[in-house]
Design a protein around this ligand. Sequence first.
Ligand code: HEC
Length: 157
Amino acid sequence: MSGWRGTLLLLLSCAVLCSCARTAAPPAAAGSAAPPAVAYEAHVAAGGIAPAGGVLNNPHAGDAAVAKAGEELFHAMNCDGCHNLGAGGWVGPNLGDGRWRYGGADAEVFSSIYYGRPKGMPAFGGVLGAAGVWTLVTYLRSLPVPSNVPTESWEQP
Ligand code: HEC
């Protein structure tokens, strides 16, 4: 092999190696990748840049018949045992006053019910599945928010 051919071959293999290195994903240590997340309306992102997250859409948004079924499920699953009849609040918070600790958008209410919340809210996703939880979300979002809520909110309008 003559000198210039050898040099050309070397350059070509370099180019191939370099382009491979540029397009290949960085090696990920096992378990280091972030789990799939939901993009939350109420979350604040540092620098205004939210991490990649999936979007959860309520397949029954605004459906009155599903809201009615959700009301029955709210009773059948004993949600009202903690949140009271009509979700008016007891040992669990009021779910119809328009004030939400974890956010009141469909996806946020879904996550509260599906995965539970730390201060005493059990996770119901395992027993109800996504379909059952969406039924409950549809019911809770159908509750009319009163114009006058007698207690103060920690959030200023
Ligand atoms: C054992 C009592 C208990 C039961 C049963 C229960 N909850 Fe809760 N729930 C709570 C408590 C306590 C909280 C507040 C949790 C917190 O602040 O971390 C809560 C919080 C929530 C929230 C979030 C409220 C917010 O302000 O963001 C939703 C939504 C909710 N519950 C819906 C339900 C539904 C629907 C059911 C029935 C499938 C249910 N809960 C059953 C006790 C309960």
